[in-house]
Design a protein around this ligand. Structure first.
Ligand SMILES: [Zn+2]
Length: 319
């Protein structure tokens, strides 16, 4: 089997053996330089993460954090991951991408939410397929509820759908004609109105002259997260024999052997406190979150719940 190598321009082609091709790749990897800073490509600062080195990518995009190798594709090319301040993952391919691009769908799933793949329009009999490229997130992916926005401006009738997504739980379409969701929007709007000073609304550090649905969804995500957290904490308290439904699942080997009711209540408080701490950590240290994700969610939870009582058996600091 032969391989094609092009030098200088695409019409200057050479047919070489597979062995020769591998040698050429080896030589290239030893001598390749970054086209922007002309440094020799290495495995650290000048790692080839796109069409340029890591140092150049980070200099051009100072607000993103490098999160390491994400995967190797079927051609053997490496895809690298970055995280922005909103917790959205960006990816770029070595020697191929101009710059890291947002991978919103991946970020949503990484955070523990489910993305709908089909949609049945009102009064329609046919299901619509929802692509992965057209998603937006309202709220923080570190919270337990977000609003997911799907848009397709090119298909007939311009499709826009909103979903309430619960971490490790359901994803439900926001239907403005239902009383429940109408009330939800109304509550958010009333709250937004209360931020109005003069002719400006003051929301999330921004001054706005008018309130859009997107702003209301940010508020809804925040309010629903608070309610959802309380619901889970409440349910955890009602089941002393199995105190950890869904979100709070402990691994068997890590379950404390003889915990009485009061210790369990404390454990739940610890969990809540940890969740708050975690969301702050996530907000400030996205790359660390990324690393933890690769270790799997259950081990992360196990650490969070068990650590305080092991390190501090009296729980004095928590009472
Ligand atoms: Zn460079």
């Amino acid at each position: 089997m032969s391989k094609t190598v092009m030098l200088d321009w695409s019409s200057r082609r050479f047919e070489v053996t597979e062995e020769g091709y591998n040698l050429i790749r080896e030589v290239i990897s030893r001598h390749q330089i970054c086209p922007t800073c002309h440094s020799l490509i290495d495995q650290e600062e000048h790692l080839l993460v796109a069409k340029k080195c890591l140092a150049c990518v980070l200099r051009e995009h100072p607000s993103i954090t490098f999160a390491g190798l994400q995967r190797v594709d079927s051609d053997g090319d490496k895809i690298y991951a970055f995280v922005n301040q909103e917790g959205i993952v960006l990816t770029s391919e070595e020697n191929s991408s101009e710059k890291p691009e947002e991978d919103v769908a991946f970020s949503i799933e990484q955070a523990g939410f489910t993305i709908p793949t089909t949609y049945k329009p009102f009064k329609s009999t046919e299901n619509l397929r929802l692509g992965r490229a057209s998603w937006k997130v309202y709220g923080k992916l570190s919270a337990s509820v977000v609003v997911l926005h799907y848009y397709d401006y090119y298909s007939k009738g311009r499709i826009e759908i909103d979903y309430l997504a619960y971490k490790d739980g359901q994803t439900i379409e926001v239907k403005k004609r239902t009383t429940e969701h109408k009330n939800m929007l109304e509550k958010a709007r009333n709250l937004a109105e209360r931020t109005k000073k003069g002719s400006y609304y003051h929301l999330n550090g921004q001054q706005l002259t008018q309130i859009e649905d997107a702003d209301l969804f940010q508020i809804i995500a925040m309010l629903e997260s608070a309610v959802y957290n309380e619901q889970l904490a409440f349910l955890a308290l009602q089941e002393p024999e199995q105190p950890q439904p869904d979100l709070f699942t402990l691994q068997e080997d890590s379950a404390p052997s003889e915990q009485d009711q009061s210790q369990q209540e404390e454990a739940t408080e610890v969990e809540e406190a940890n969740q708050q701490i975690e969301s702050e950590v996530v907000a400030t240290q996205p790359e660390q979150e990324q690393q933890e994700e690769t270790q799997g969610k259950s081990s992360k939870r196990k650490l969070r719940v068990v650590q305080p009582s092991e390190e501090d058996p009296t729980n004095e600091t928590l009472s």
